[in-house]
Design a protein around this ligand. Structure first.
Ligand SMILES: NC(=O)c1ccc[n+]([C@@H]2O[C@H](COP(=O)([O-])OP(=O)(O)OC[C@H]3O[C@@H](n4cnc5c(N)ncnc54)[C@H](O)[C@@H]3O)[C@@H](O)[C@H]2O)c1
Length: 249
């Protein structure tokens, strides 16, 4: 029970990596405040409560700065503290060659995947400065490290998450706030389901992936919890790759 008496606020907890991480935090004693625009996240909070844990869902769109202030306030009002944050919500508009990406798709991915993380950190850091510290983990991607064809919008946004994480860590390290990012590889979630349904894609992709399989969301959660824990007290401004060896190859 690494997180008894601690509270984590997180975005994108309805499905996939976020849902698995919410449950993992709760199993380790944390109170979990989940912000998501998908009300499926209410089921995740209910499942946590039914298992004896503490969780609250709040319908929130990460593109709205006010939603992050609401989530921080909800954490304090409901559980009396806020110690950790996991900024995980993300979208992946259809992969397209760069010259065919419509402006609205570019806006959506930048608004959610990078501006959503920026606004979240603003609200969380204001609180962490008041209480003397905290830990933040942002979800980037291996697309924040390397590029695949037809993913220019996603690659640009996730590289920006990595840069933002470093910039924020440098600014707030002396004030007791640690800020890291994770880079999951290919993880089986609703975001990747269409690819997982394609035998042709899987044969081509996994032939060049040393693990030969997709990761499970639970295999990402462990790193998030570690980075929020005291065991990671010297981890700051870094990107942690969880890709089964994909980018090592
Ligand atoms: N699945 C992968 O292979 C993979 C790999 C690398 C990084 N990621 C990243 O992991 C994160 C989680 O993705 P996932 O794979 O679990 O997919 P997912 O689709 O299951 O989860 C995305 C979550 O973000 C929420 N969300 C999206 N837009 C939102 C908004 N505007 N406001 C509030 N919530 C919003 C969704 O409702 C959902 O709960 C994303 O940032 C994604 O880019 C995924």
């Amino acid at each position: 029970m690494r997180f008894s008496n601690k509270t984590v606020v997180m975005t994108g907890g309805a499905t996939g990596i976020g849902a698995a991480t919410a449950m993992a935090f709760a199993r380790e004693g944390a109170a979990v405040v989940i912000g998501d625009w998908n009300e499926e996240a209410a089921h995740v909070a209910r499942a946590i409560a039914e298992a004896g844990g503490r969780a609250t869902f709040h319908k929130a769109d990460v593109r709205d700065p006010a939603s992050h202030a609401d989530l921080v306030a909800l954490s304090l009002d409901t559980y009396g503290s806020l110690d950790m944050a996991f900024n995980n919500a993300g979208v992946l508009p259809p992969p397209l060659p760069l010259h065919e990406v419509p402006p609205e798709n570019l806006d959506l991915i930048f608004d959610v995947d990078i501006k959503g993380v920026f606004y979240a950190m603003q609200a969380q850091i204001r609180h962490f400065l008041r209480v003397g510290g905290g830990a933040i983990v942002n979800t980037a991607s291996v697309a924040g490290l390397v590029a695949d064809p037809n993913m220019s919008h996603y690659v640009a946004a996730k590289h920006a998450v990595v840069g933002l994480t470093k910039a924020a860590a440098v600014e707030y390290s002396a004030r007791g706030i640690r800020i890291n990012a994770i880079a999951p590889g290919f993880i089986a979630t609703p975001m990747t389901q269409a690819w997982l349904d394609s035998e042709d894609f899987k044969a081509a992709f996994f032939a060049h992936n040393v693990s030969g399989r997709a990761g499970a969301p639970e295999e990402v959660a462990g790193t998030v919890l570690h980075l929020c824990s005291d065991a990671a007290s010297f981890c700051n401004g870094a990107l942690f790759v969880i890709d089964g060896g994909q980018t090592a190859h």
